[in-house]
Design a protein around this ligand. Sequence first.
Ligand SMILES: Cc1cc2nc3c(=O)[nH]c(=O)nc-3n(C[C@H](O)[C@H](O)[C@H](O)COP(=O)(O)O)c2cc1C
Length: 246
Amino acid sequence: MIGQGKRFMEETKYRCLEESDQNKGLPQPPLVLPMDDDKHPVVDLPAPQELKMPKLDLTEAINNRVSVRKYADKPLSQSELSYLLWTTQGIKQVTTRPATLRTVPSAGSRHPFETYLLINRVQGIEAGLYRYLPLEHALEQISLEEGLADRITAACMRQAMVRNSGVTFIWTAVRYRTYWRYGERGYRYFHLDAGHVCQNLYLASAVVDSGCCGIAAFFDDDINGILGLDGEEQFTVYIATVGKKP
Ligand SMILES: Cc1cc2nc3c(=O)[nH]c(=O)nc-3n(C[C@H](O)[C@H](O)[C@H](O)COP(=O)(O)O)c2cc1C
């Protein structure tokens, strides 16, 4: 019997693919999602080019990288959060194609992710659920509902580091952004792209004296439901917690 994983690899080989929508001449989808609701407050973040972060030797950072699951109560600063967002999804340029060029690579520069944040402890930002607006380098406040952290922790199979993190990153893929170009093979690329993003978060966390831990153990339908995603056109691919080192 061929299991689902094997079938996925088999059926996303080039010889199984149909012509992509891009090749058929269909228009490409927007580079980023618009604000969910115009009434949502927007939280501005310190501009990336003005951040003064401590210098850290790259080889040392790679050598010392570990997953950190226990955090101090100390909050992250807004500059630190700004830096983490910049290093994981920051837009450096919008090309004439148009496409975004970011601090991380992405297959075909399709950059399918929308980053949601569970903010528990960041100085001057109310605890709640936010979405990163990469073109504005700002946050859209989505919900300040009580109990969000507990619900997201439960969706992550009760991994306490989510509740205890300063901030938890939730990377969701907008299916058609990548699918438009790559069709079914694009599903492979969501997961590959996400690895690059989270690796930057691991390394950037070290710069802001924090630890990070990637999370793939989550209940898809639960986390997508909390974020208000349908799970097909947009769905969670990867999650990571960050918090100050104890
Ligand atoms: C794709 C992926 C998913 C992971 N999911 C979890 C997780 O759900 N919970 C967790 O505690 N650690 C998770 N981790 C962290 C790994 O357990 C960790 O990287 C591994 O044990 C090696 O330890 P190190 O990162 O300290 O080198 C994940 C790591 C990766 C790359």
